[in-house]
Ligand binder design. Structure first.
Ligand code: SF4
Length: 350
């Protein structure tokens, strides 16, 4: 299987923080967004039966903005196509990968391959990974584990997926099945692009000043996800001078990505929007201010989608050239073309 196989035009770069000065702090970069993916999801005929599991959203929508790095662990480990179907089985105090019909044990072979392939993925600077659900090799969670007695228990993780997630604990990873949920999908895409910006920052000769500016640019985005993590990270940055650089980088990266994993809720979005509103209170005339207040209120009451007040806010940020807001990733966490639901549909109650 050839790596870096594309599926459609590849345009996405790690986006600038909106309106920020040219290439500050590693927030802007020409690096492409690369996402690892289970090969069968791109429509390749690599499944055990020679079939595929093409996912239209990945190929036709997300694929326009990212470079895929496809991996089919079973084909690349040499099992061939077509091949015997496999499943996870509990045995000898461990979970084994065995052929469903013959019981031949492929655990060691797959584990050795996974260690090697996952290490090699480091060269691709991945910003995320999409795995095929339920697969004994690729499944991220709730993969069936069969035992000697009774039915299967959906508590397993594919062997390749396990190695991947252990080696890159902060890498945004999702399954294609979960990505059909708009909130999960939005959260994943946000994390992918945030991870790209984080990698761009720490991939340079970064300075404390650069980290402070990075953190400042992500404040509103963090608040929409986790006010607690926003506060914790603020303390980390405030004490940055006293920390060893490596420890500081690890702590910031861990807490930043953990904070973004928390789902943004309509209630927290309203808090952020009202915070932004404060920047306009003396700049807008009464009617324009009231209009924005009403749009935020209507979003909070699920009458309009988030993209409605955000679009107006972006317009005012440009018009009044408010530096702090222009730098906020919250206003454009990823290419606007990817502002799919929930940005573009009515919010669910938090
Ligand atoms: S689920 Fe993973 S191992 Fe199975 S066909 Fe797809 S990419 Fe290959």
């Amino acid at each position: 299987m050839t790596a870096d196989r594309s599926a459609g035009p590849r345009k996405a770069k790690i986006p600038a923080s909106p309106g920020s000065p040219a290439r500050p702090l590693g927030l802007n970069t020409d690096r492409p967004i690369r996402i690892g993916v289970s090969t069968c999801l791109l429509g390749e005929h690599v499944r055990f039966d020679g079939g595929h599991k093409r996912d239209a959203f990945l190929v036709e929508t997300l694929g326009r903005y990212v470079e895929w790095v496809p991996v089919c662990p079973e084909v690349e480990a040499g099992f061939g196509t077509p091949r015997a179907s496999m499943r996870l089985v509990r045995g000898d105090g461990d979970v084994r990968l065995v052929a469903t019909q013959t019981g031949v044990d492929y655990t060691q072979r797959m584990r050795r391959f996974a260690v090697r392939r996952v290490a090699a993925l480091a060269q691709h600077d991945l910003c995320g990974y999409v795995l095929k659900k339920s697969s004994p090799s690729c499944g991220m969670e709730r993969v069936n584990i069969y035992g000697a007695r009774g039915g299967p228990v959906a508590r397993g993780r594919g062997l390749f997926a396990a190695e991947l997630m252990q080696a890159y604990p902060h890498l945004p990873v999702e399954e294609e099945g979960r990505l059909s949920d708009p909130r999960v999908r939005e959260n994943f895409i946000e994390r992918v692009f945030a991870y790209g910006r984080l990698r761009a920052l720490f991939g340079t000769q970064w300075t404390i000043g650069g980290l402070v500016a990075f953190h400042s640019a992500h404040q509103l985005q963090l608040m929409a996800h986790s006010p607690r993590m926003y506060a914790d990270l603020g303390r980390v940055v405030a004490g940055a001078q006293a920390m060893r650089r490596a420890a500081l980088r690890t702590l910031y990266k861990t807490q930043f990505m953990t904070g973004l994993e928390v789902m943004a809720t309509p209630k927290r979005q309203v808090n952020v929007l009202q915070n932004i509103l404060g920047y306009f209170s003396e700049r807008l005339d009464r009617a324009a201010h009231r209009e924005l207040v009403e749009l935020i209120d209507e979003y909070g009451r699920s009458l309009v989608p988030l993209v409605v007040p955000l679009t107006l806010i972006r317009h005012y940020v440009r018009q009044f050239d408010i530096g702090y807001l222009r730098a906020q990733t919250y206003l454009e966490p990823h290419p606007q073309e990817l502002m799919l639901p929930p940005y573009s549909c009515l919010p669910r109650a938090s």
